[in-house]
Design a protein around this ligand. Sequence first.
Ligand code: NG6
Ligand code: CA
Length: 511
Amino acid sequence: MTHRRSFLQLSGGAAAAALLKTRPAFAADSCPNIVLIYADDAGYGDLGCYGATSVRTPNLDRLAQGGVRFTDAHSSSATCTPSRYSMLTGEYAWRRKGTGVLPGDARLIIEPRRPTLPGMLQQAGYRTGVVGKWHLGLGAGNVDWNGDIKPGPLEIGFDSAFLMPATGDRVPCVYVKDRRVVGLDPNDPIRVDYTKPFPGEPTGKANPELLKMHPSHGHDMAIVNGVSRIGYMTGGKAALWKDEEMAEAFLNAGTAFLDQNRTRPFFLYFATHDIHVPRLPNPRFAGKTSMGPRGDAIAELDWTVGKLLDHLDLLGLTKNTLVLFSSDNGPVVDDGYKDDAVEKLGGHRPAGPLRGGKYSNFEGGTRIPLLARWPGRIKPGQVSDALVGQQDFFASLADLAGQKLGEEAAPDSFNVLPALLGESRSGREWIVEHARALSMRKGEYKLIEANPGQAVNPNTNTEMGSGAAPQLYRVTEDPGERRDLAAGMPEKVQELAGLLGKVKASPRSRP
Ligand code: NG6
Ligand code: CA
């Protein structure tokens, strides 16, 4: 009822009639609005409500207290693009070639005709919007940043978009609103190249004297806002973003979406740049923590979440809005810039009790924070150890919105709605984790496939979880994956390897 009531209050009876006309067959008035806040590289141990003490996250903690905090939730992958691909399509990214970390000029990797989470919600009558980090490619190859940029989010189920095309550390460093670069001067066209520099343009490699933040590895190409990035670009000067203003730019786009859609069911996918590199939070967060820019970026992330929650309050939408908060992969400390993250880490453990982080096969790679709050339905103050994955949002929210999934849709998405709503403690029985290798988590155990390679990534200092033989851990009692049980438990190894083999061999795993 909340939607209709607030609509009447705002706009009167005539508008209500219009609402009845424009609103498609909508399952029930019990369908909530949905705001999915998706942080970048925020680790299992980075939030106060997950045990962090070197940084305060009062807004995330209040979100956690207002609903369910999950202790065994997973991104589908240990990096960004594949996690986002899986979350929006309900398909494990490792089934598809070309779903690894994308360059900033990559083509859209979600085929416009395939069923998507936002498309499903659109069909259910939701207004859908995406704000923030995209990193799923734009255009059909060789995209011209100076014209209509498509296909993109508008072709795969979003009604509106305000995007950072790829990552903060990849060109082009401009915002895209719907299909156009924001603030672009047509007399200063943008060109992007990931193979060779533009003659005459400075680079981080050749002109380190122009930098306010220096790379520690990679990131020595185009210089934008005093920071060298991955890839080369020229032109578009008036459209270039300022990293320090990005959180606010996204917040404003997010609250504008809420304002515009407050009278109807909406889905807002709000993907922050925080706390990815380059970490340049607004100066007002400088020194908020003792951890330097990485800690301050967590403070900025928390501020963003607080402002979004406040805005829902302001619009009277809190009670009937399901807010989900999660992260696309585990934490990394040095991800390519000299930003004091290593030096100032102190006792903070970005992955909490878990081993590894972003890029790693260990739990730190994909076990991430997940919070769910919906005051109208979810009992507050819960902690749940249900096993759930972000690829499950598709089937679960379809159930919530009264949508039946077609045969083709969301092949790896399980309906874990009762767990998401804190009404059941059982999520899925098993899940595939994806980093360098695949792992099978089932019950108390986790099997990491054999994946020979460096034990530690020398750039990021991540423990990768590599090994010439399969590794078996009893993660319930050994969350830090210290005791490899494979040699003594060949049957368990076989059971999990067999299940993983079956999931790989079949194009879908959804029941
Ligand atoms: C890596 C980048 C890293 C980060 C990552 C993607 C280098 C040396 N490292 O290749 O900085 O951008 O890609 O991160 O270039 S993600 O969160 O979008 O997956
Ligand atoms: Ca990420």
